[in-house]
Design a protein around this ligand. Structure first.
Ligand code: SAM
Length: 210
């Protein structure tokens, strides 16, 4: 296993792995043991975060970061972020009660995962459960997802953000430009990666305020 610039994230051969304390798979992922340590395979086909890293993105994560996750679903990617931010907190917002059943089950073993059955377009509703937000991670595939992201950014003032942006084929390039311009008004740095190779119609957008 070879370390990377991201805490608790390793590479071996062509695959990415997160170092974990848990020997039970969350969604059927492979678990390997090296030098008595356990690693969970982090597949780019299962996670947009993994695919953006595979395609060269080096997200800035610190082990102690507090991350607000909008659209956590059943916790596939969130479970790996729990491994990465081993000293931090993940506030996982999800509005589907069906997905929440699995996410809550996962949170029983992950003490840094706080599941919140709420609507990501109403950030004030989860304010009481959150002490600070260093990063917002959003993956909600909604036509107004950038507006929702900005609403959360204005409410929680994170320094960094990662958006898994779904471009709808009926929309024009001008629309993507328009959405990026909205982000530019609020964030100093913006970069983007096309992750279409692994996730159809998706871009990973990275923003920071320093
Ligand atoms: N991020 C997940 C992962 O990688 O494991 C997959 C997320 S899935 C593509 C999108 C999720 O966003 C769905 O579970 C959906 O219910 C949720 N979602 C969409 N709009 C939402 C909203 N306004 N508030 C909360 N969750 C939302």
């Amino acid at each position: 296993m070879k370390g990377t610039s991201i805490p608790n994230l390793f590479e071996e051969g062509n695959s990415l792995y997160t170092l974990t304390k848990f020997g039970k798979p969350v969604y059927g992922e492979r678990i390997v043991i090296r030098n008595s340590r356990m690693y969970r395979e982090f597949s780019p086909l299962r996670s947009k975060l993994s695919s953006s890293i595979k395609l060269g993105f080096k997200p800035e994560f610190r082990e102690e970061d507090h991350l607000l996750y909008l659209g956590a679903s059943t916790g596939t990617t969130a479970s790996h972020i729990c491994d990465i931010l081993s000293e931090g907190e993940i506030y996982a917002v999800e509005f589907s009660p069906v997905s929440m059943i699995k996410l809550s089950e996962l949170a029983k073993s992950r003490e840094n995962l706080i599941p919140l059955l709420l609507d990501a377009s109403k950030p004030e509703q989860y304010g009481p459960f959150i002490d600070r937000v260093d990063i917002i991670y959003q993956d909600i595939a909604q036509p107004n997802q950038i507006d929702i992201f900005l609403k959360n950014a204005k409410y929680y003032s994170p320094k960094r953000g990662i958006i898994m942006y779904k471009s709808y084929s009926m929309r024009s390039d001008a629309e993507l430009k328009n959405e990026l311009n909205k982000l530019k008004k609020y964030f100093k740095n913006i970069s983007m990666k096309n992750i279409e190779r692994y996730h159809k119609g998706h871009y990973a957008i990275f923003v920071s305020n320093y």
